[in-house]
Design a protein around this ligand. Sequence first.
Ligand SMILES: [Zn+2]
Length: 98
Amino acid sequence: MGIHGIARPPRPEPKATCPRCRRPVAVLKTGKCSYCQAEIPGSAVQTQVKAALPPELLLAFEPRAVTVSTRSKWIRRAIALGVAALLVAGVMALCMKS
Ligand SMILES: [Zn+2]
């Protein structure tokens, strides 16, 4: 259940407003207002899920997410290289035929 909480965190509500300073809070990463640090009531569920998990587990998940993103970046580069190589090979094959 805890893993599901990490994989699919509750979406931040764009229309949530801070109860203290009445400013719209777009991202509720910490469950607190980014302007005055007041706690937002709507983000209480997300805060509870994070608090229920041990900090070591959260730390174990964060570096993995970074590695995946860098790996996908390299895969994308490899695919782009392969497509370029195929295009060059196709042009060369056409030139050799004629
Ligand atoms: Zn505020």
